[in-house]
Design a binder for this molecule. Structure first.
Ligand code: FAD
Length: 460
């Protein structure tokens, strides 16, 4: 491991408002943990930033000591690029402030904030930002890749609500990005990942949501999966954008509203959230109950911030995870048959296949308006391989890959960069699609030396 001298470290420490964590420190192992337990790396230096001013100091230190740089928001990304071996990790996870301007319906958010931090601050005022569906995910990585969740059909992707951002370049320059200022970079960070610099603040517009919404789960036997998915396909063609219904296929967790004998059995789940008038929502979702003979349902009026945490118990950190993802413009019978076949051979009780329905506002934005290009995607499918012990690695990874290959013929082109593993370098061009060339030009201008390369990297 390259180790900068103690003297240099002490000099950096003296200028930082945050902390430095080094190998051998008692909290080193805790600080270098990320969500995906498949990835364990040992940085030479971790700079825990406490303010935007710490960021240029960390970048300059890394560069002058020839250390590779990784950037960590909340550390959720499956690829694990937040952490590096022998380099310097810029750790922003302590910068979690969320300021809400209720009059202007704007939130200013630091890059270490989790979606839970954001929901808590915004929902206190009946406002919300469209983000993802797991409260411990970080806003930084989520936004830089695009960001979708329960509110995307109605209010677009997370990037579609970004008003401005502050970024520190590889040269340590602080830039404000918006439609009117450094607009090339503002375009690039909305889907181009962490390629261009370190974001120290995001500014988003918010929408009135809740604080209570109609949400919940309907759980059907796997034997009815084809019927349920076929009816779902028809149903979502006309549902108003306030309503989002996603499909999850997995072994039933021990949910209290399911009979005990169903726990551990393969099931098809409809997960829904309606962000408009509750009475309207209740009418809209009535047909879902007739899609099959439900084992159990748990649907009702609940705090939106609570629904945003509903899946947290299934997505805790510390497990081993391997994902493969496709976009879809339509769902075919062949895809349904393939899904059902692979759900019949789930290699661990935590593995699942889900598809999110995101059609709506995000589709009405031009594919070159932001770096995120997949504006035709109606559904995002993810095969979520998840298990606990390293001995299960091979069988779970093999199953995920085999399903991915078998479902490829039904997918549309492209992939969501936030669902890509570190080994999927060959999919980066497809992930950025027709925007790759323009992204490469922006990269060449602002980071010609590829200082920020631990990401889904854009080559110039
Ligand atoms: C359980 C789970 C559920 C998820 N659900 C959803 C979902 O519903 N919708 C959705 O859209 N996505 C979802 N995701 C994917 C999620 O968007 C990505 O994992 C995202 O990258 C997480 O952001 P983070 O800041 O926590 O990640 P990190 O691992 O900290 O960062 C990811 C990468 O982003 C870059 N980066 C991070 N911070 C900065 C910064 N400040 N400046 C510049 N670059 C930076 C770096 O390249 C870093 O490697 C989910 C992920 C998980 C694990």
């Amino acid at each position: 491991m390259k180790s900068p001298s103690g003297e240099r470290i002490e000099e950096l420490r003296a200028h930082l408002s945050g902390n430095i964590v080094l190998p051998g420190d008692t909290n080193y192992d805790e600080v270098r943990e990320i969500w995906n337990a498949m990835i364990s790396r040992r940085p030479a230096v971790i700079v825990q930033c406490a303010s935007a001013d710490d960021v240029p100091l960390a970048i300059a230190f890394a560069r002058s000591n020839d250390l590779e740089i990784s950037i960590r928001g909340a550390g959720h990304n499956i690829a694990g690029n937040a952490i590096c071996n022998d380099g310097l990790m810029i750790d922003l996870s302590g910068m979690t402030k969320v300021d809400v301007d209720t009059g202007a319906r704007i939130a200013r958010i630091e890059p270490g904030a989790t979606l839970g931090n954001i929901d808590e601050a915004t929902q206190a005022h009946g406002l919300a930002l469209p983000v993802g569906i797991n409260s411990t995910t970080g806003i930084a990585g989520l936004t830089l890749g695009g960001g979708f969740g329960w509110l995307t059909r109605k209010y677009g992707m997370t990037i579609d609500n970004l008003l401005s951002a502050d970024l520190v370049t590889a040269e340590g320059e602080k830039l404000h990005l918006s439609e009117g200022e450094n607009s090339d970079l503002f375009w690039a960070i909305r889907g181009g990942g962490g390629n261009f610099g370190v974001i120290t603040q995001f500014e988003f517009s918010l929408h009135p949501v809740g604080p209570e919404v109609l949400a919940g789960l309907l759980v059907f036997p796997i034997a009815e999966a084809k019927e349920v998915m076929s009816q779902f396909r028809e149903f979502v063609k006309t549902t108003p954008e306030e309503l989002s219904v996603w499909v999850v296929l997995r072994k039933a967790p021990p949910l209290p509203f399911l009979p005990e004998e169903v726990h551990g059995k393969e099931v098809v789940v409809l997960a829904l959230c309606h962000c408009g008038d509750v009475k309207e929502g209740e009418k809209l979702i009535e047909p879902l109950y007739g899609f099959g003979t439900a084992y159990g349902t748990h649907v009702g009026v609940m705090p939106f911030a609570g629904w945003q945490q509903a899946f947290d118990p299934l997505l805790t950190p510390g497990a081993r995870n391997y994902w493969k993802s496709h976009n879809f413009t339509e769902l075919s019978d062949g895809l349904f048959d393939t899904i059902i076949e692979y759900v019949g051979t789930l290699p661990s009780p935590q593995c699942e296949i889900f598809f999110a329905h995101i059609a709506g506002k995000a589709n009405r934005i031009a594919s070159d308006a932001t770096a995120y290009t997949h504006r035709d995607a109606q559904f995002v499918l993810n095969v979520h391989g998840r298990w606990d012990s390293p001995e299960e690695d091979q069988k779970c990874i093999d199953w995920s890959r085999a399903f991915f290959d078998a479902s490829l013929p039904y997918a549309s082109a492209g992939v969501y960069i936030n669902f890509m593993t570190e080994e999927e370098g060959d999919r980066i061009a497809a992930a950025f699609g027709s925007n790759y060339e323009r992204l490469a030009q922006v990269k060449k201008q602002y980071d010609p030396g590829n200082v920020f390369h631990l990401n889904q990297n854009i080559k110039t």
